[in-house]
Design a protein around this ligand. Structure first.
Ligand SMILES: NC(=O)c1ccc[n+]([C@@H]2O[C@H](COP(=O)([O-])OP(=O)(O)OC[C@H]3O[C@@H](n4cnc5c(N)ncnc54)[C@H](OP(=O)(O)O)[C@@H]3O)[C@@H](O)[C@H]2O)c1
Length: 309
């Protein structure tokens, strides 16, 4: 990519899209477009085609998706499948039709079978059953990878994919209906501190292990892949920093200054027991994460305090 290239970041207002935007702006890119979902609903093929015909982007970062935590995924299964299939199919097909030079599709580590060997390697895709709570979302993401691969195979389109681990950072969502584990814990633990509650209730047993990465590290990975990777399939992008939900709650408590207890609710789903990516392929390509979990959470908590003040 050159700073004069026209870039479309689908989902530019979201956590990942805004991080890619910050990164590209910092590199001197100025021709960046990224309308909101209100301005352009990517589920609509006619509007999507019209947008591509008008803007003619050179490069596309595909970070638009219906995204949510375990509760939202479990409750709105049809919407997670339908919206994501429509959004990504429309963007990928319009990118092919309008002659986009390269597209990067953002998937997620939920594409892997629930009991695949850990750390998860790219070759474990489609080797077993998915985690039931987010199966529709995972199936949409797997379809996205396959769309990129089949367009490469049939039409020669340079469409690539990346599968990040759990992410956190600026512009994350803190509403408890839709949030991921880290913002949900920050919000609950902060509220308990302010309201002087002695206990915080946490979904599940607290034992699942999760790999968390700051979204700025992912933005670096996305730009690195756009510049250096031109192959089929996809690459994992993880931090290698693995922590149990229980230890994460303790780390957040120490940052927030909450000294109460946690009550774990084992009647609520835990999700996949362990999820850590083997990111060695991306490391071999020359990318490495740089932000420690503690530093990243401190920054996010400051951001949360600032935006809620
Ligand atoms: N967050 C994570 O932990 C994580 C982990 C792994 C992978 N990922 C992947 O990264 C990508 C982005 O995730 P994120 O965390 O940045 O999500 P996010 O903050 O919810 O952002 C999603 C973006 O998608 C846009 N969008 C949703 N529906 C749309 C529609 N119908 N038409 C047009 N735009 C639409 C939203 O636009 P508006 O804001 O304008 O409504 C928003 O900007 C997703 O593919 C996700 O699977 C995320």
């Amino acid at each position: 990519m050159k700073p004069t290239d026209k870039i479309y970041i689908a989902g530019m207002n979201g956590m990942v899209g805004s991080a890619i935007h910050r990164k590209l702006k910092g590199m001197g890119f100025s021709a960046i477009v990224g309308p909101s979902s209100t301005e352009l609903d990517l589920r609509d093929q006619t509007f999507t085609n019209h947008f591509f015909a008008q803007e003619k982007p050179d490069y596309v970062f595909m970070a638009a998706a219906r995204v949510g935590g375990i509760l939202a995924n479990d409750t709105h299964k049809a919407s997670f499948l339908y919206d994501n299939l429509m959004i990504q199919s429309n963007v990928i097909h319009a990118s092919y039709q309008s002659g986009v030079k390269k597209l990067l599709f953002l998937g997620s580590s939920c594409i892997y079978p629930k009991l695949a060997p850990q750390p998860l390697k790219e070759e474990s895709l489609l080797t077993g059953s998915l985690e039931p709570t987010n199966e529709p979302y995972a199936i949409a993401k797997i379809a996205g990878i396959k769309l990129c691969d089949t367009y490469r195979h049939q039409y020669g389109s340079n469409f690539i994919s990346v599968m990040p681990c759990n992410l956190y950072g600026p512009n994350d969502r803190f509403d408890l209906q839709n949030s991921h584990v880290l913002p949900a814990l920050i919000k609950k633990i902060h509220a308990a501190k302010i309201e002087h509650h002695p206990k915080v209730e946490i979904w599940g047993t607290g034992s699942p292990l999760r790999e968390l990465m700051h979204v700025d590290d992912l933005a670096n990975a996305c730009v690195h892949m756009m510049d250096h990777y031109n192959g089929p399939g996809f690459m994992n992008a993880g931090s290698g920093q693995e922590i149990s939900i229980r230890d994460l709650a303790s780390l957040i408590s120490s940052i927030v200054g909450f000294d109460g207890d946690f009550i774990f609710d084992p009647t609520k789903p835990d999700g996949t027991p362990r999820k850590i990516l083997d990111s060695s392929r991306l490391h071999q390509l020359g990318w490495k994460p740089a932000i420690s979990l503690e530093k990243g959470i401190r920054e996010v908590y400051e951001h949360f305090l600032f935006s809620s003040s």
